[in-house]
Each structure stands twice: as structure tokens, then as C-alpha cells.
Design a protein. Structure first.
Length: 253
């Protein structure tokens, strides 16, 4: 029963997929991060289904790309995009660490958030549009991978503040078990994807490593540690960079 509750908590927090309602507490959050990557698995499955449907009915590739672009936003309700926009505004600030953390709390949307989101969207659109069929299928696996790494970072890395969803998730989690199962899922998923997609997946993993290094460096130097908004920013950056890497290989391979 606790596993079922953990699944419900994970999907309730990180997606807009309808879930049964119940009054949950800190005990129910103990293992919920283990199932965070499975929100990505749902996104990947929907992307794959959309790919097959588009080929079956000969849907325009521009329409296919646009829908593929918004599927993650629909499933998550823009949860990670919100973090990307808040972080973009904070990074554009000339203030110190405290000022940047304060901007993360601000509910207003700044010009830099809009500019950087549009830029990210154009880059991701171009990457998806440039992928071949196998490359796009490989990209559907990145949604799981990015969330597995994000969950590990939530547990293991220094926090930028002592409040918020991310801090609560880290404090209530069973650290050893959560990290173990997230790492195990990451390894199994990566091996499976590697067996199917080989060099496409190698390119994606290189992009993922770059994303993680950039994420941790930015979090520590600009914010004093990771936050919930930064975690969302990372997911957006990682999935986009992995898409770009796969698109490049699609053209060169």
C-alpha cells in the first residue's frame, strides 16, 4: 500500500495526470522520488505513440514536431517550464545570491524568462524537426533518464534554501533506498536504450553529462545550491541538449 501511495504522490506532484486523492503526509513522501522518472516514462510513451500515429496517417512533419514539443508540457502542466522561467529571470539578474533566490520566489514573469523560453523552444523545435525516425524514438527515452538524474541530485546535492518542495522531498526521503533505486533505474534504462539506439544514445548521454555539470556548477556558484526551480530548469536543459545531440548525430550518422 505504501508503494501505491508513493506512486500517487509522485504523479500528483510532478504531473497533471489525474490521481486518486487522499490525505498524505511525510511518510507517504518517503519513497515518492523513486517513481518520479515514471512520469517521464509516460511522456516518452505518449511521444512514441504520437510518432507512430503521425507516420500512419501521414501527418505534416511541422504539425508532428509542434505536438511533440508540447506533449511534455501537457503532461506536467508546465511544472518544469515554470522552474526554467524563474531560473532564467534569476540568472539574468545582476544581484547577489540572496537577490537571485528572492527572484525565484517572485510569481511575476520577467522579460528574460520569456526570451529564454522562446529561444529554448526554437532550439528544441529545430532539434526534433531534424531527427530521423530512430533518433526521435531514442529521444523518447530521455524523459525517464533526465528525471532519474534530477531525483538523485535532489537527494545528494547541497540545497540553496531551507524551504520549498525540493527541500521537503529531500528531507522526507529515505536517502539510501531512493538513491539506490533511482541509480538502478537509470542504469537499466540506459543499458536498454543503448542496446536499441547505440550511437544515438551515446550522443544523448554525453549531452546529459554536460547538462549535469552545468546544472551543479550554476546551482553552487549562483544560488549556493539546488532549488526546486533549478531542478525544473535542469530537466528542460537536459532534454533539450539531448535532443540537439541526437539531431546532430541524425545528420552526421
Amino acid at each position: 500500500m505504501s508503494i501505491i501511495k508513493s506512486i500517487i504522490v509522485a504523479f500528483s506532484m510532478y504531473s497533471r495526470i489525474p490521481m486518486p486523492r487522499f490525505n498524505w503526509n511525510s511518510k507517504d513522501m518517503k519513497y515518492h522520488l523513486i517513481f518520479f522518472p515514471w512520469v517521464g516514462a509516460v511522456i516518452g510513451a505518449l511521444e512514441y505513440g504520437w510518432q507512430k500515429l503521425s507516420y500512419e496517417f501521414n501527418i505534416s512533419y511541422i504539425v508532428f514536431t509542434l505536438i511533440a514539443l508540447v506533449i511534455p508540457v501537457i503532461v506536467t502542466g508546465g511544472f518544469h517550464v515554470d522552474g526554467y522561467m524563474d531560473t532564467s529571470d534569476a540568472l539574468a539578474s545582476w544581484g547577489d545570491k540572496e537577490k537571485r533566490l528572492e527572484i525565484l520566489k517572485d510569481s511575476h514573469v520577467g522579460a528574460f524568462a520569456v526570451i529564454r523560453l522562446i529561444t529554448l523552444g526554437i532550439i528544441l523545435f529545430s532539434a526534433i524537426y531534424s531527427m530521423d525516425e530512430l533518433g526521435f524514438t531514442a529521444w523518447t527515452f530521455t524523459f525517464f533518464i533526465s528525471r532519474a538524474i534530477s531525483g538523485i541530485c535532489v537527494i545528494k546535492y547541497k540545497k540553496g534554501k531551507n524551504e520549498g518542495i525540493l527541500n521537503t522531498s529531500a528531507q522526507t526521503a529515505d536517502e539510501k533506498k531512493v538513491v539506490f533505486f533511482l541509480a538502478l533505474q537509470f542504469i537499466l534504462w540506459a543499458l536498454m536504450a543503448g542496446a536499441f539506439f547505440q550511437f544515438y544514445w551515446t550522443a544523448a548521454l554525453v549531452a546529459l553529462v554536460i547538462s549535469v555539470v552545468y546544472y551543479v556548477f550554476t546551482a553552487y556558484t549562483k544560488f549556493g545550491g539546488i532549488t526546486g526551480d533549478l531542478a525544473g530548469w535542469f530537466v528542460c536543459i537536459a532534454e533539450t541538449l539531448m535532443a540537439v545531440a541526437i539531431a546532430i548525430f541524425s545528420k552526421l550518422g
